[in-house]
Ligand binder design. Structure first.
Ligand code: BDR
Ligand code: CA
Length: 317
C-alpha cells in the first residue's frame, strides 16, 4: 500500500476525506498536516485529532502547518467558510477531545522528511490552501521530483469558481503559493470543482450513517447534515452537498475515478485586474512536457457508492 500524507483545513468535507483515508486498506495514512482555511490552523489540528480519536485511529500523528498565506501576516476565517463548515469547522458539533497533542515537528519538516524517506511511494493529498507545499518547496526544491504523486483538491478549469466567478476557495486563500506549486511540483493531479461539484451527498445518505447507531455514525451524520443544510440555505446547491475533499483521496488511490487532461497550469494573482486566483492553462509552458493532470470528468455513481461503503465500514465499529 502507498504511504499517504493528508494536508487538511478540517472542515466538514476534510473530515470525510480523513475517514476514507483511515479505512481504505490500499493506503497507509502516515500523518496529517493541519492548515488554516475553513478554520484557524489550531482548530483544524484539534478537529483532526478529535476525529482520529472518534475513528479509532489514534496512531496517526498530526502536525501543524502554516497559520496564514505566504503573502499575509495573519489570517481571518472567511464568513462563507463559517457558514458552510460552522464556527468550529465541524458543523458546530461537539466532538469529544482527543487525549493527544500535535507533534512537535512542524508539518513542513515532516513533509520534507517523508519525501526523502519514501520518495515514489509517497502520495501527498492537500485539500486546503497550498501554502505548506509551497513553503516546503522553497526550503527543499528537491521534493518536487521526490514525492510520488500529489493529488490536490482545488481550482476550477471548466466551470466557474465558488468564491468569485473564476476562483475556487482553496486557491483563493493563497494564489501565489498555488502558482508556485503548479509551476514546480511534478506528478500533480488537480481535482477541482470541475469534478467535485458532480459528486453530491444528501440526507438520504447520511441517514444510513445515523441508522448505524454508533457514536461515530451519529457525529458524522450531524456534521454532514449541517453542511448539506448550508448548501441548501446559501443557495449553493439544493440537490445535495459536494464531496470535494474525499474525491481527492479517492483519486490519489485510484485515478480511474476521473477522466483527466494533461495540461500545465498556472494561477493568476493580479489584484488590480480582478483576475485573482484563477486556475488556467499556462501559455508559457504549452509546449513543455506536462507535469499536471487536470480532472474534467468523474464516474459519480461508482465514486459515491464506494464512498458510502467505506464510510459505513469505518463508522460501524
Ligand atoms: C474546498 O474549500 C473548502 O472549503 C473545502 O473544504 C474544500 O476543500 C472547496 O472549494
Ligand atoms: Ca478542505
Amino acid at each position: 500500500s502507498v504511504k499517504m500524507i493528508l494536508d487538511l483545513d478540517t472542515g466538514v468535507d476534510d473530515a470525510l476525506a480523513l475517514a476514507w483515508a483511515v479505512c481504505d486498506p490500499r493506503t497507509d495514512l502516515i500523518g496529517v498536516i493541519a492548515s488554516y482555511g475553513n478554520t484557524l490552523v489550531e482548530t483544524a489540528a484539534q478537529n483532526t485529532l478529535d476525529l482520529l480519536h472518534l475513528l479509532g485511529a489514534d496512531n496517526v500523528p498530526v502536525f501543524l502547518g502554516e497559520s496564514h498565506s505566504s503573502t499575509t501576516q495573519s489570517f481571518d476565517v472567511m464568513p462563507i467558510s463559517k457558514a458552510i463548515h460552522g464556527d468550529n469547522g465541524v458543523g458546530n458539533i461537539d466532538i469529544t477531545h482527543s487525549p493527544r497533542q500535535v507533534e512537535t515537528m512542524s508539518g513542513i519538516d515532516f513533509l520534507i522528511k517523508m519525501a526523502h524517506q519514501y520518495k515514489d511511494e509517497l502520495v501527498y493529498v492537500p485539500t486546503g490552501p497550498l501554502t505548506n507545499l509551497s513553503k516546503a518547496l522553497t526550503i527543499d526544491p528537491e521534493i518536487a521530483h521526490l514525492i510520488g504523486n500529489t493529488t490536490l483538491m482545488g481550482g476550477a478549469l471548466t466551470v466557474p469558481g465558488n468564491v468569485t466567478p473564476f476562483t475556487e476557495a482553496n486557491i483563493h486563500q493563497d494564489p501565489e503559493a498555488a502558482d508556485h506549486v503548479f509551476r514546480e511540483q511534478e506528478r500533480l493531479t488537480m481535482v477541482g470543482l470541475d469534478v467535485t461539484l458532480r459528486t453530491l451527498l444528501t440526507k438520504k445518505h447520511t441517514q444510513k450513517w445515523r441508522d448505524l447507531g454508533t457514536k461515530a455514525g451519529i457525529i458524522y451524520a450531524d456534521l454532514m447534515d449541517y453542511y448539506i443544510e448550508a448548501y441548501d440555505q446559501l443557495g449553493i446547491d439544493h440537490r445535495g452537498a459536494a464531496l470535494h475533499d474525499p474525491l481527492a483521496v479517492a483519486v490519489a488511490i485510484d485515478p480511474s475515478y476521473v477522466l483527466t487532461i494533461p495540461l500545465n497550469m498556472r494561477v493568476t494573482y493580479d489584484q488590480e485586474s480582478g483576475d485573482y486566483g484563477r486556475t488556467i492553462g499556462d501559455r508559457e509552458r504549452l509546449l513543455e512536457d506536462t507535469t499536471t493532470q487536470v480532472a474534467v470528468g468523474v464516474k459519480t455513481e461508482r465514486f459515491v457508492r464506494d464512498f458510502m461503503d467505506f464510510m459505513i465500514a469505518v463508522l460501524n465499529d
